[in-house]
Ligand binder design. Structure first.
Ligand code: NCD
Ligand code: ZN
Length: 475
């Protein structure tokens, strides 16, 4: 090899979804050009000593809310992606419940501009699938989306959840493109009735939120979404799986051959209903953190592949929007993109999974499910040099006041950590070094939609789609 590399990282333990072994990594023009023994590396303009560190593909968080445009008092593309960079996350997929919602090509274009100007890490942008924008879906594809988001339950931003009829029509259109549709799978009408009754009965305590959204809310929505996906051939992704019982329709659908993937979040794996008293209204999130008996089955599903990946549902709000005496007045969600990796590495240290198990679920599987693999999600020649170096032996503690996010309030405050990300590179450039954000890297992040290579679409029942039936009869 003759060409000079830009950077060689030496002395680390390089981790893939299957292996963890000592190796050096050479980077040129933002891509990995070699992985192997130190003396097999090309000459380099710079070297970096990763002694004692594990070298991982940066995490891909397929579920973040960065609030811009519209709610920039909560977060913006700069602070949200700074949080990602400092959390070892090198690619984020961002959600459409902003103002204006990302449901038209104009709104999508605006978001692309804002993100490109400020992002520290790479990003995909979700288009919205809603009741009233079915005729915009093709145009959103043209404008560059990573996939679509459909809120089956009510959400921040008050986007009305689409009817099953609109969902079917949307799935038919998106199936032709092969893009994945991510679902907030909670059924709005069940929640609305229960919430109304609870409020009428005077319940304002934290656990009233859980009472409004028992697991059947998610079971019904997952099942219905799977039926529509199976019928249309659309690819779907179940966001934030929170309950043991939801796993049954998920497993059934996978067994039937539906192209359905799923994520869970650290708060469903590690918190439970006994935390409501301690944390108070800050724990309010949709779906709710549930009874402790759900956690074991969620871990099992994460390990056996029923749940494909870990995401965060990073949902920033201000402390004054979160801390309320009346649970119904608290905004739903809390930040996660910055703390997911150290929290999960702490579980790796506790023996709940190997470091390779973690990489598969934080980086490799998300890349595969959205057609970004092997550009991303793996450290091998040809891949983007999206790298996080972590110290598995380093102790720490979550400190909400130190978060990059504008939302400095989480249910994790003061949680003990062992295993911290120290350095993050996006396409070969440091965006965090020695746990400090590299301010000059603002604007380095770029959209990944053009690198996306989904498998060929396989739409089904195309003879009965809305597009097929609304043609006038031939005379
Ligand atoms: C999210 C938000 O705040 O945007 N809130 C939440 O409780 N998860 C929306 C969502 O993902 O439902
Ligand atoms: Zn959601």
């Amino acid at each position: 090899m003759s060409a000079t590399a830009d950077l060689v990282i030496n002395n680390g333990t390089v981790v893939t979804a299957d292996t963890a072994a000592p190796a050096s990594i050479a980077i040129k023009d933002g891509k990995i050009v070699a992985v192997g023994a130190a003396d097999a590396m090309p000459p380099a303009r710079q070297t970096f000593d990763a002694k004692g560190l594990h070298v991982l593909p940066g995490a891909i968080d397929v579920h973040v809310h960065f609030r811009e445009p519209g709610y920039t008092h909560k977060e913006n593309w700069g602070t949200g992606t700074a949080a990602a960079a400092c959390g070892g996350v090198t690619t984020v997929f961002e959600m459409p419940n902003v103002n204006p919602p990302t449901g038209t090509p104009e709104a999508l274009k605006l978001k692309h501009e804002l993100a490109a100007e400020k992002a520290f890490v790479d990003f995909g942008i979700y288009g919205l699938l809603a009741e009233d924008n079915i005729n915009q879906l093709d145009k959103l594809v043209d404008g560059g989306v990573i996939g679509f988001k459909c809120f089956m339950g009510n959400t921040f931003g008050n986007l009305p959840s689409p009817s099953t009829g609109a969902m079917l029509e949307g799935f038919e259109i998106i199936a032709r493109h092969g893009y994945r549709i991510s679902l907030h799978a909670e059924t709005a009408s069940i929640i609305a009735r229960r919430e109304g009754r609870l409020k009428a009965a005077g319940r304002v305590d934290p656990l009233a939120h859980l009472a409004a959204r028992p697991a059947v809310v998610a079971i019904e929505a997952v099942s219905r979404a799977a039926v529509l996906a199976e019928w249309t051939g659309a690819r779907i992704h179940i966001l934030h799986v929170s309950s043991a019982d939801e796993l049954r329709p998920l497993r059934d659908a996978k067994a039937r051959g539906v192209d359905i993937t799923a994520e869970t979040c650290p708060h469903y794996l590690l918190l439970d209903s006994t935390d409501y008293a301690r944390v108070g209204s800050v724990i309010r999130v949709n779906p709710p953190v549930r009874e402790a008996f759900n956690k074991g089955p969620l871990w099992e599903a994460l390990m056996d592949g029923t749940i494909d990946m870990i995401a965060t549902d990073h949902a920033p709000h201000l402390p004054e929007e979160k801390v309320k005496d009346n649970m119904w007045a608290a905004d739903c969600g809390f930040p996660g993109v910055e703390v997911q990796m150290p929290i999960m590495l702490t579980e790796v240290n506790a023996g709940r999974m190997t470091i390779s198990d973690y990489v598969r679920r934080s980086a490799t599987n998300p890349a595969k499910c959205w057609g970004l693999y092997p550009h991303k999600g793996v450290l091998q020649p040809g891949a983007d040099a999206d790298i996080v170096m972590v110290d598995l032996a380093r102790d720490g503690e979550v400190d909400d006041t130190k978060l990059q996010s504008q939302s400095k309030i989480t249910p994790w405050h003061r949680r003990k950590l062992k295993g911290l990300p120290l350095h993050t590179l996006v396409r070969g450039r440091f965006v965090m070094k020695d746990q400090v954000l590299v301010a000059a890297a603002r604007g380095w992040g770029r959209s990944v939609h053009s690198a996306q290579r989904m498998q060929a679409p396989a739409p089904r029942h195309t003879d009965t789609t809305m597009a097929a039936i609304v043609v006038p009869p031939k005379s």
